[in-house]
Design a protein. Structure first.
Length: 337
């Protein structure tokens, strides 16, 4: 249990990367301790606006409260806060643009690996285990202070995550691929297949144009689907993956999908940054218990492409068992799954 404060740490060893690329563990020297103190003094002189948010009691947060942590910024040492402050300030000084937004998202990923809850995945490997690796908030007995900017041998650093996450996403955007499974020597192996999808690029609009979407444009709306500005007859394909588990009841029988409407409707979400809790706003569903029947016609991506002619209405429901092909009943539109 806590002794009135969060755990204290002592710098006692360092991992050194030599010019020939080899790693070596060495004891710290007085110069190392002086360098750390200099970083502490510099942070104090900058007096940056570090978020100082209290940790509220909760299922997982109680774990760190038991160790004496009271604020989220206590999970970082002073040198980490200094390095993160300098990096965040440099990104914020860039002109406002999507590239800056992408770097800020990358910065949030760096936080996972550069705190006093990070540790080694294995002695001598240099790979950093981020603080959420075990899905718990438990302090490490021997945490590591990783290199924030990183080297060619680092993991979880800004420069390495820039390559493994951001550049990787950009490469996929320019040349999307699917994974094919091959059999090699009795074992399954993955193979990237290019050319099935065009490059991901589109002009994004925040409201549906009165004259319809232009070719290559994307209408992106974040809000309740109970009220939209989509005109009738403008939707060709509906793809959904609702995270409701068994709260919404779907039944498949005799080639038909049956959806029973719930007693309430979720119309909004509120996230409390202080308590780290997500709450919902619900209203009674006037159509509670009503059943909707849809004939199910299995089809592939190629089938969707042929049917996507501006008049065909199709919905995609995930995680359903495959059913034999069946012609839809008169007056009903088919569902692809």
């Amino acid at each position: 249990m806590a002794q009135g404060h969060s755990p204290r740490h002592r710098l006692y060893a360092k991992l050194v990367l030599s010019k020939n690329g080899e790693k070596d563990y060495l004891p710290v020297t007085s110069a190392d301790r002086e360098a750390y103190q200099a970083a502490c003094d510099r942070l104090s002189g900058l007096n940056p606006t570090v978020p100082h948010v209290e940790i509220m009691p909760g299922v997982n947060t109680q774990q760190v409260l038991n160790y004496g942590y009271r604020f989220w910024d206590e999970m970082f040492n002073q040198r980490q806060l200094l390095a993160l402050t300098i990096l965040a300030s440099g990104i914020q000084q860039l002109p406002a643009c999507p590239e800056r937004d992408a770097l800020m998202v990358l910065f949030s990923g760096v936080l996972e690996f550069n705190n006093m809850f990070a540790s080694y995945k294995g002695e001598g490997t240099g790979a950093v285990r981020h603080m959420f690796a075990h899905h718990i908030l438990k302090p490490e007995r021997t945490p590591i202070e990783a290199n924030l900017w990183g080297t060619s041998k680092s993991s979880g650093a800004f420069s390495t995550l820039f390559e493994s996450r951001l550049l990787r996403a950009l490469h996929y955007k320019e040349a999307p691929f699917e994974i094919a499974v091959n059999q090699q020597n009795g074992k399954k192996a993955g193979r990237k297949v290019y050319g099935l999808s065009p490059a991901i690029a589109a002009h994004i609009v925040d409201r549906f144009p009165s004259d319809g979407l232009s070719k290559g444009a994307v209408y992106l709306s974040c809000g309740s689907s109970t009220h939209t500005d989509l005109p009738d007859g403008s939707v060709d394909l509906v793809v959904t993956d609702p995270p409701f588990f068994d709260n919404v009841h779907y039944v498949v029988s005799r080639g038909e999908l049956v959806r029973t409407e719930a007693s309430t409707l979720v119309v909004g979400y509120q996230f409390n940054l202080l308590s780290n809790e997500l709450s919902t706003s619900v209203v009674p569903n006037p159509h509670s218990g009503r059943q909707h029947l849809f004939p199910v016609v299995p089809c592939s991506t190629r089938t969707w492409t042929r049917c996507f002619d501006g008049t065909f209405k199709c919905a995609v429901i995930r995680d359903l068992p495959p059913l034999p092909a069946r012609s839809p009943a008169p007056g009903r539109r088919p569902v692809a799954c």
